[in-house]
Design a protein around this ligand. Structure first.
Ligand SMILES: [Zn+2]
Length: 330
């Protein structure tokens, strides 16, 4: 009997839940291992991993990634119930796939998986993954979303757990000229992750509002808005009540890099086309309750974000606490 036959027999053979075989035992496409498909799942074997069954939605995720030739490699476990009793998982050579009825099946791997494991897996405050590992918009970082937060990773920061999320919508009248929107969002992910705040980039929309493209922001005082800001911020469209909307405009009048004063119940900010790489993160910082400081090491410098001296700029602990307490993170 092959190792696959031994595993199959241990699971009850043709009378067990796997049901009858639908293929012979075959050499896997990578030329290293063997597999056999059954009516309700598969058994995969390789010399280094042994023989393990994989089935259902977890098998579906693994298949969608490319089976044993994906970064996951071969299964190291059968499908197993999680310690919290809610979900199921298979560990693989290169990561894991976790499934629950509420979240579906998602892979988690590498340093992000290591961070999640160190926190206690699904029993941590994060809960289960709700995404596969994703790339930041500028491809310099990675992140996985979970039920109650996210884990961000970049070469400079390592893996950071985020316990709250700001849901961000971009509405573009004029695209920025010095740094792309994707660059600004990626920078925001980077600096916010150090404050335990994740970023969900929920939507992008082009707006054709030429009369508001050089928007009058008055003195840009929090809690006070002009008629033009009121008109502009009425365009929330798909955004939820506590979501933050950033409007990219050609300019503000008078000229600022951005302005974070917003009408009641319409959280958001404007960012001008000449903005710095950190303007968006800075303005949303104001929306989340942060005030200016006189320190160019920090995101909330009031001396101009072009003058930030140590990218990524710092968000200090008390600022992180304010952001986590904001009604615009959850
Ligand atoms: Zn400011």
């Amino acid at each position: 009997m092959s190792d696959i036959d031994v595993k199959y027999a241990a699971l009850g053979g043709s009378a067990g839940w796997l049901g009858p075989a639908t293929t012979a035992e075959l050499v896997a496409p990578d030329g290293i291992g063997h597999y056999r498909h059954y009516r309700s799942g598969s058994i995969y074997w390789s010399p280094s991993s042994g023989a393990h069954e994989v089935h259902g939605a977890i098998r579906g995720k693994w298949a969608s990634l490319g089976w044993e030739r994906s970064f996951l490699g071969y299964p190291l476990t059968d499908e197993t119930t999680t310690p919290d009793g809610v979900g199921r998982y298979n560990h693989f050579q290169g990561g894991s796939v976790y499934w629950t009825p509420a979240t579906g099946a998602h892979e988690v791997h590498g340093a992000i998986r290591g961070k999640w494991a160190s926190m206690g897996w699904e029993r941590s405050f994060l809960g289960y993954p709700t995404s596969d590992e994703l790339s930041t918009e500028d491809s310099t970082g990675r992140y996985s979303e979970f039920q109650h937060g996210s884990i961000y990773w970049s070469p400079g920061t390592g893996a950071l757990a985020c316990r709250e999320t700001v849901r961000l919508h971009v509405k573009c009248l004029t695209a920025p000229t010095r740094f792309s929107i994707n660059q600004m969002i990626s920078n925001m992910r980077l600096t916010y992750a150090t404050a335990q705040v994740g970023v969900k980039y929920a939507s992008f929309e082009l707006l054709n509002l030429p009369a508001l493209n050089d928007v009058d922001v008055g003195a840009c005082t929090m809690g006070t808005v002009t008629a033009e800001q009121t008109q502009l911020f009425a365009n929330r469209n798909s955004a939820g009540a506590n979501d933050v909307v950033v409007y990219f405009v050609r300019s503000t009048q008078p000229p600022f890099n951005g302005c974070a004063s917003f009408p009641a119940n319409r959280p958001g900010a404007v960012v001008a086309s000449g903005a710095s790489a950190w303007t968006m993160a800075h303005e949303v910082g104001h929306v989340l309750g942060l005030s200016h400081v006189s320190d160019n090491n920090r995101l909330m410098t009031g001396l101009g974000t072009d003058n930030i001296t140590n990218p990524p700029p710092d968000i200090i602990a008390s600022e992180s606490a304010s952001m986590l307490a904001s009604s615009f993170t959850n």
